[in-house]
Design a protein around this ligand. Structure first.
Ligand code: SF4
Ligand code: SF4
Length: 232
Protein backbone atom coordinates (compact mmCIF):
# COMPACT_ATOMS: atom_id res chain seq x y z
CA UNK A 1 0.00 0.00 0.00
CA UNK A 2 1.26 3.46 -0.91
CA UNK A 3 0.79 6.27 1.59
CA UNK A 4 1.78 9.91 1.92
CA UNK A 5 2.97 11.40 5.15
CA UNK A 6 3.96 14.80 6.34
CA UNK A 7 2.03 16.75 8.95
CA UNK A 8 -0.87 14.67 7.71
CA UNK A 9 -0.99 11.27 6.12
CA UNK A 10 -3.20 10.20 3.25
CA UNK A 11 -3.46 6.43 3.49
CA UNK A 12 -4.76 4.07 0.83
CA UNK A 13 -7.53 1.84 2.26
CA UNK A 14 -9.71 -0.89 0.78
CA UNK A 15 -13.27 0.37 1.19
CA UNK A 16 -16.15 -1.66 -0.31
CA UNK A 17 -13.66 -3.60 -2.39
CA UNK A 18 -12.19 -0.42 -3.94
CA UNK A 19 -8.97 1.46 -3.33
CA UNK A 20 -10.04 4.53 -1.38
CA UNK A 21 -8.33 6.77 1.11
CA UNK A 22 -8.16 7.85 4.73
CA UNK A 23 -6.68 11.00 6.31
CA UNK A 24 -4.80 11.14 9.60
CA UNK A 25 -3.27 14.18 11.34
CA UNK A 26 0.30 13.65 12.62
CA UNK A 27 1.17 17.17 13.81
CA UNK A 28 -1.07 19.35 16.00
CA UNK A 29 0.16 22.45 14.14
CA UNK A 30 -1.06 21.18 10.76
CA UNK A 31 -2.81 23.84 8.67
CA UNK A 32 -5.47 23.69 6.00
CA UNK A 33 -2.69 24.24 3.42
CA UNK A 34 -0.84 21.15 4.73
CA UNK A 35 -4.03 19.14 4.19
CA UNK A 36 -4.51 20.55 0.69
CA UNK A 37 -0.88 19.93 -0.26
CA UNK A 38 -0.97 16.27 0.75
CA UNK A 39 -4.26 15.74 -1.10
CA UNK A 40 -2.87 17.53 -4.19
CA UNK A 41 -0.17 14.88 -4.28
CA UNK A 42 -2.62 12.06 -3.60
CA UNK A 43 -4.77 13.21 -6.54
CA UNK A 44 -1.79 12.97 -8.86
CA UNK A 45 0.06 9.97 -7.47
CA UNK A 46 -1.94 7.55 -5.31
CA UNK A 47 -3.34 4.34 -6.89
CA UNK A 48 -7.00 5.04 -6.10
CA UNK A 49 -10.03 3.53 -7.88
CA UNK A 50 -11.66 6.45 -9.67
CA UNK A 51 -15.34 5.55 -9.95
CA UNK A 52 -16.18 8.15 -12.61
CA UNK A 53 -13.16 7.48 -14.76
CA UNK A 54 -12.32 3.80 -14.35
CA UNK A 55 -8.79 2.87 -15.29
CA UNK A 56 -7.36 6.36 -14.75
CA UNK A 57 -4.20 6.47 -12.70
CA UNK A 58 -4.63 10.12 -11.75
CA UNK A 59 -6.98 13.07 -12.25
CA UNK A 60 -4.70 14.82 -14.76
CA UNK A 61 -6.65 15.69 -17.90
CA UNK A 62 -10.09 14.62 -16.59
CA UNK A 63 -12.99 17.07 -16.17
CA UNK A 64 -15.80 14.71 -15.16
CA UNK A 65 -16.31 16.42 -11.80
CA UNK A 66 -16.33 20.00 -13.13
CA UNK A 67 -20.12 20.28 -13.36
CA UNK A 68 -21.09 19.90 -9.71
CA UNK A 69 -22.31 22.28 -7.04
CA UNK A 70 -19.06 24.07 -6.16
CA UNK A 71 -19.35 25.98 -2.87
CA UNK A 72 -16.71 28.67 -2.40
CA UNK A 73 -14.81 29.61 0.72
CA UNK A 74 -13.59 33.07 1.63
CA UNK A 75 -9.97 32.12 0.86
CA UNK A 76 -11.02 30.49 -2.43
CA UNK A 77 -12.43 33.86 -3.47
CA UNK A 78 -9.21 35.67 -2.57
CA UNK A 79 -7.13 33.12 -4.52
CA UNK A 80 -9.43 33.11 -7.55
CA UNK A 81 -9.74 36.88 -7.59
CA UNK A 82 -5.94 37.18 -7.70
CA UNK A 83 -5.86 34.69 -10.60
CA UNK A 84 -8.67 35.99 -12.79
CA UNK A 85 -9.70 39.49 -11.67
CA UNK A 86 -6.99 41.06 -9.50
CA UNK A 87 -8.44 44.57 -9.73
CA UNK A 88 -12.00 43.57 -8.81
CA UNK A 89 -13.61 44.08 -5.44
CA UNK A 90 -15.42 41.19 -3.79
CA UNK A 91 -18.86 42.17 -5.10
CA UNK A 92 -17.62 42.53 -8.69
CA UNK A 93 -15.77 39.22 -8.50
CA UNK A 94 -18.87 37.44 -7.17
CA UNK A 95 -21.05 39.08 -9.83
CA UNK A 96 -18.84 37.72 -12.60
CA UNK A 97 -17.70 34.33 -11.30
CA UNK A 98 -20.14 33.18 -8.62
CA UNK A 99 -23.81 32.44 -8.13
CA UNK A 100 -25.35 33.69 -4.89
CA UNK A 101 -28.50 31.85 -3.81
CA UNK A 102 -30.52 33.06 -0.84
CA UNK A 103 -33.51 31.20 0.58
CA UNK A 104 -34.89 33.09 3.57
CA UNK A 105 -31.93 33.36 5.96
CA UNK A 106 -29.91 30.60 4.23
CA UNK A 107 -27.15 31.58 1.79
CA UNK A 108 -25.14 29.48 -0.66
CA UNK A 109 -22.31 31.03 -2.73
CA UNK A 110 -21.07 28.73 -5.48
CA UNK A 111 -18.92 29.01 -8.59
CA UNK A 112 -20.95 30.08 -11.61
CA UNK A 113 -21.70 27.57 -14.34
CA UNK A 114 -21.65 28.12 -18.09
CA UNK A 115 -24.54 27.41 -20.44
CA UNK A 116 -23.69 23.69 -20.55
CA UNK A 117 -23.73 23.43 -16.75
CA UNK A 118 -19.98 23.05 -16.37
CA UNK A 119 -17.85 25.34 -14.24
CA UNK A 120 -17.21 28.83 -15.64
CA UNK A 121 -13.46 28.28 -15.15
CA UNK A 122 -13.28 25.18 -17.34
CA UNK A 123 -11.46 25.74 -20.65
CA UNK A 124 -13.82 24.17 -23.17
CA UNK A 125 -11.13 23.66 -25.80
CA UNK A 126 -8.65 21.78 -23.65
CA UNK A 127 -11.19 20.52 -21.05
CA UNK A 128 -8.80 21.63 -18.33
CA UNK A 129 -9.08 24.07 -15.45
CA UNK A 130 -8.10 27.66 -16.32
CA UNK A 131 -7.10 28.28 -12.69
CA UNK A 132 -5.75 24.89 -11.63
CA UNK A 133 -3.31 26.29 -9.05
CA UNK A 134 -5.95 28.60 -7.61
CA UNK A 135 -8.88 26.18 -7.85
CA UNK A 136 -11.25 26.08 -4.87
CA UNK A 137 -10.88 23.83 -1.84
CA UNK A 138 -13.85 21.75 -2.95
CA UNK A 139 -11.97 20.89 -6.18
CA UNK A 140 -8.61 20.35 -4.49
CA UNK A 141 -10.13 17.81 -2.10
CA UNK A 142 -12.36 15.74 -4.36
CA UNK A 143 -11.37 12.32 -5.63
CA UNK A 144 -14.12 10.11 -7.06
CA UNK A 145 -13.16 7.14 -4.90
CA UNK A 146 -14.37 5.87 -1.53
CA UNK A 147 -13.05 7.54 1.62
CA UNK A 148 -13.39 7.03 5.35
CA UNK A 149 -15.89 8.87 7.53
CA UNK A 150 -13.21 11.08 9.10
CA UNK A 151 -11.80 12.01 5.69
CA UNK A 152 -15.27 12.96 4.40
CA UNK A 153 -16.12 14.90 7.55
CA UNK A 154 -12.89 16.89 7.39
CA UNK A 155 -13.57 17.93 3.80
CA UNK A 156 -17.17 18.89 4.65
CA UNK A 157 -16.23 20.90 7.75
CA UNK A 158 -13.56 22.90 5.91
CA UNK A 159 -15.87 23.58 2.98
CA UNK A 160 -18.79 24.62 5.15
CA UNK A 161 -16.89 26.80 7.63
CA UNK A 162 -14.94 28.42 4.79
CA UNK A 163 -18.19 29.21 2.99
CA UNK A 164 -19.70 30.58 6.22
CA UNK A 165 -16.82 33.06 6.36
CA UNK A 166 -17.44 34.06 2.75
CA UNK A 167 -21.10 34.74 3.52
CA UNK A 168 -20.02 36.92 6.46
CA UNK A 169 -17.58 38.83 4.23
CA UNK A 170 -20.24 39.23 1.52
CA UNK A 171 -22.58 40.83 4.08
CA UNK A 172 -19.82 43.01 5.56
CA UNK A 173 -18.86 44.19 2.07
CA UNK A 174 -22.45 45.17 1.35
CA UNK A 175 -22.68 47.04 4.64
CA UNK A 176 -19.44 48.94 3.95
CA UNK A 177 -20.59 49.94 0.47
CA UNK A 178 -24.12 50.79 1.73
CA UNK A 179 -25.57 48.62 -1.03
CA UNK A 180 -27.89 45.62 -0.76
CA UNK A 181 -25.88 42.38 -1.04
CA UNK A 182 -25.66 40.94 -4.53
CA UNK A 183 -28.16 38.07 -4.99
CA UNK A 184 -28.47 36.08 -8.23
CA UNK A 185 -31.35 33.91 -7.08
CA UNK A 186 -33.54 34.45 -4.06
CA UNK A 187 -36.67 33.22 -2.33
CA UNK A 188 -37.88 35.67 0.34
CA UNK A 189 -34.22 36.55 1.02
CA UNK A 190 -33.49 37.85 4.53
CA UNK A 191 -29.80 37.24 5.25
CA UNK A 192 -28.67 38.76 8.55
CA UNK A 193 -25.07 39.43 9.55
CA UNK A 194 -25.90 38.30 13.11
CA UNK A 195 -26.50 34.76 11.79
CA UNK A 196 -22.90 34.53 10.52
CA UNK A 197 -20.42 34.95 13.40
CA UNK A 198 -16.68 34.99 12.67
CA UNK A 199 -15.19 31.58 11.88
CA UNK A 200 -11.56 30.39 12.26
CA UNK A 201 -11.06 31.72 8.71
CA UNK A 202 -11.73 35.31 9.89
CA UNK A 203 -8.72 37.60 9.41
CA UNK A 204 -6.90 34.98 7.30
CA UNK A 205 -5.98 35.47 3.66
CA UNK A 206 -4.28 32.12 2.94
CA UNK A 207 -4.93 28.50 3.88
CA UNK A 208 -1.52 28.29 5.57
CA UNK A 209 -2.81 30.73 8.18
CA UNK A 210 -5.70 28.50 9.26
CA UNK A 211 -4.99 25.74 11.78
CA UNK A 212 -6.92 22.54 11.17
CA UNK A 213 -7.45 22.15 14.88
CA UNK A 214 -9.25 25.51 15.03
CA UNK A 215 -11.76 24.43 12.39
CA UNK A 216 -12.47 20.85 13.52
CA UNK A 217 -15.07 20.11 16.18
CA UNK A 218 -13.45 18.24 19.12
CA UNK A 219 -14.83 14.80 18.19
CA UNK A 220 -13.55 15.11 14.62
CA UNK A 221 -10.12 16.26 15.86
CA UNK A 222 -9.96 13.22 18.17
CA UNK A 223 -10.87 10.93 15.28
CA UNK A 224 -8.29 12.51 12.95
CA UNK A 225 -5.49 12.31 15.51
CA UNK A 226 -6.29 8.86 16.94
CA UNK A 227 -3.06 6.90 17.17
CA UNK A 228 -0.79 9.96 16.79
CA UNK A 229 2.00 10.38 19.32
CA UNK A 230 1.24 13.97 20.36
CA UNK A 231 -1.15 14.70 23.20
CA UNK A 232 -4.67 15.68 22.15
S1 SF4 B 1 -11.95 13.00 -9.27
FE1 SF4 B 1 -12.76 14.16 -10.98
S2 SF4 B 1 -10.98 14.61 -12.25
FE2 SF4 B 1 -10.40 12.93 -10.89
S3 SF4 B 1 -10.82 11.08 -12.07
FE3 SF4 B 1 -12.63 11.51 -10.81
S4 SF4 B 1 -14.00 12.67 -12.14
FE4 SF4 B 1 -11.92 12.73 -13.08
S1 SF4 C 1 -12.39 25.46 -10.68
FE1 SF4 C 1 -11.27 24.22 -12.16
S2 SF4 C 1 -11.15 22.16 -11.21
FE2 SF4 C 1 -12.75 23.30 -10.14
S3 SF4 C 1 -14.66 22.75 -11.19
FE3 SF4 C 1 -13.88 24.65 -12.12
S4 SF4 C 1 -12.69 23.97 -13.89
FE4 SF4 C 1 -12.98 22.18 -12.56
Amino acid sequence: MMNMEHKLAVIVRRIGGKAGYDVSVRDPEATVEDYLAVLDRAILELPLDRGRAPGRGSCAGCDRCCAERLPLTWIDCLNLKTAVAPEAGLADFLAAYAHVLVDGPAVDIILAAGADGSCCLLDHQTRTCRTYHARPLVCRTFICCPSTTRARRLRAVLTNRGEDELVRQWLLDARRSRQPPLIHEGSSPRPRLGDWPPTPFAGCSAYREVALRAVCPPDLWRALTAGSTFAH
